[in-house]
Ligand binder design. Sequence first.
Ligand code: ACO
Length: 326
Amino acid sequence: MGAKIIAAGKYVPDQSISNDQLAEWMDTSDEWIRSRTGIEYRNISTDENTSDLCIQAALSILNKAAVAPEKLGFIIVATMTPDYHSPSVAALVQHGVGAGPVMAFDISAACSGFVYALSVGEKLMDSGQYEYGLVLGGETMSKAVDWEDRSTAVLFGDGAGGVLLQKTDTSLSLAEDLHADGGQSDALTSGFTQVDNPLKPADGSDPANQALTMDGRGIFNFVSRTVPNSLRATVEGAGMQLEEVDHYLLHQANQRLLKVVAKKLSLPISKFATNIRYYGNTSAASIPILLADMLEAKELELGSGKKIVISGFGGGLTWGSMLIQL
Ligand code: ACO
C-alpha cells in the first residue's frame, strides 16, 4: 500500500506587510532585512488564529481535489503556534471542515513539522486503512515573536498549507532522513510555560519569557552543517544522485541559507525553489505553501512523476528530509 498527493493548497491572512511598513514600527530597514534574508513581505494575521488559517487551507485543498470532508480518514497538523495546548489544531480543523469524527492530532517539530507530519501521514496511509488523509502545516508566528525584538520579529509570517493524500499501491516517499537533538534546544525556544501551582514557593522571580528566542548565528551554522548531509543521505538512500532530483523544496527561513546549502552540494541555486520574498518564515507552513505556489504556477504537476526533496529544519533542534515522487 502507498499514497499519492492529489491536491495541495494554502491560505494566508489578507494583510501583507512590507519591510518598509515594519520599519515604521521598529528600528529596522528594508535594506537590512532583504540583504540578510531575502524577505520583502510577510502576511500578518489581525484576528485569525492557527486553526482558522488551517481550516481555510484545508477547505481549499478539499475543493481542488473535489473530495468531500466526510471522506477524510485522518487529519494531522504540524504547528508550533497552536490556538490551545488542548484541543489540538487538528481537532478544530476536523470540526471546522465538517469531517467525520476521525483521528486528528498535532505534531510539534517547529520548522521541520511538515516533513515529520508527511512522514507520519504516509505511514498511516501505508497501513491501507485510510482512503484519504489530510496533512497540514499552519502557524501564527506573529503571536509567538516579541514585537520589541527586531532581530526575530522581522523574520516570520503567518500562513497555512497542506496536501491531501489518497491511497494507492505505490509509495509516496522514496527515502527519508528525520532527526532531533534536544541538546541544542536552547538555540530556538518559544512559548515556555513554567510550573505554577500552590505548592510552588514564591521566589520573587519574573514570570517566564514566553516569546520566541533564537540564536540566529547558531541556527545558521547548524543548518549549514546538517541540512546538506541530510539531503545527501536522503537522495543517496534512494540510490539516486543529487543532480537527478528535479527540485529541492527547503523550509523557507533565509535565502542566504539556500545559497549556502546549494554551494555545499555543488548544485545550481535554480534547483532550490523559493518564495520567502513574499511570506517570510512561516515555520511548518513554509514547505506546503511553496508546493502549493509551484503547482499553481505550473512549475510542478501532480502525477508528473517528478522527484522532489522536501527538507525542514528548526526548533528542537529538529531537521528532516524526504524524497517524494509526485
Ligand atoms: N534591523 C536592523 N538591524 C538589525 C536587525 C533588524 N531587524 N536585527 C538585528 N540587527 C542588528 C544587530 O543588532 C546587529 O547590530 P550590531 O552589530 O550593532 O550588534 C547587526 O544587525 C548584525 O546582527 P546579526 O545577528 O549578527 O546579523 P546576521 O548577519 O547574523 O543575520 C539572521 C541575522 C538573519 C537572523 C541570521 O543569523 C539568520 O538568518 N540566521 C538563521 C535563522 C533561521 O534560519 N532560523 C530558522 C529557523 S526558525 C524556526 O525553526 C522557527
